[in-house]
Design a protein around this ligand. Sequence first.
Ligand code: C2E
Ligand code: MG
Ligand code: MG
Ligand code: MG
Length: 285
Amino acid sequence: AAKRHGRNHSQRFRPSLEVAGDPQLELLNELRQALAHGTQLELFYQSQYYLDDGRLAGMEALLRWYHPTHGMISPGTFIPLAERHGLMAALGDWVIDHACAQLSTWREQGLSFVPVWINISAVQLIQGDLEARLSSSLAKHNVPAAMLGLELTESVLLDERAGDISARLVALRNTGHPIAIDDFGTGYSSMAYLKQLPVDKLKLDRAFVRALPDDSADAAITSAVLAMARGLGLDVVAEGVETEEQRDYLRAQGCAIVQGFLYARPERVADVEARLKRDADMSFS
Ligand code: C2E
Ligand code: MG
Ligand code: MG
Ligand code: MG
């Protein structure tokens, strides 16, 4: 009895039991398995359009995870988890490889020749060999770097662990990658950064677009960002455009590109392909 008691006692403190009781770590283990098998992960693509003529401008790849029991888990939940626990580099590699494979397929089929934009986590830059991972995947799938855009948030640009970020972005851009600052306006990057960094696009965060055009502060911020971007020769992509009123305001202020539910949701590949064929038919008729 003493022995059994002892065993029970020690079991209560076994790390594996504590892991099993921590829903976050359980989720992390399941994500690790999902990544190893590759079956529960999928890239969705959200189309972006030029405001002036309605042409397709690009597509953003957005990662989805179908959990066997919890259903679809938002990247807002599992990306930070992967970042905290050393899984983001592998997850990022999965995204790079699948986006390149998809680009290659669409190009071979003649379906799409616009860039696909992927989101890059700070962890991927800090780790140091992002450049090599990108170029080997592009080579493997025979896709030019110009077709694979990189979205970085402002916080990434200020992360000193990523080394000389400006030099690294110059190198990535010299390789041909278009570069966008994501969620622009929500971070702390100074205006001076924009002058010095080799950036092609600013993505105006959805937080500013949501209450357009009625919220006068958001309207002021939006038109100021657009004016500044114009002065710097940068295109602005407005995120989260859901209404015609938002679109009209953005157009009047000279915004180049829009992305949002008004135009397209993030879609599975089959739905994107149907959209691409529809667009092609429309332009030939
Ligand atoms: P993000 O890069 O800013 O992506 C835009 C988010 O806004 C997406 O959420 C998209 O579904 C959502 N969205 C687009 N248009 C609208 C709209 O009109 N209304 C509303 N309410 N939402 C809209 P999602 O897919 O849940 O992704 C959330 C975030 O997770 C992304 O924000 C990005 O930071 C991160 N993420 C997603 N996929 C990846 C990935 O492959 N790698 C990394 N590192 N991060 C990713
Ligand atoms: Mg993004
Ligand atoms: Mg964004
Ligand atoms: Mg955002």
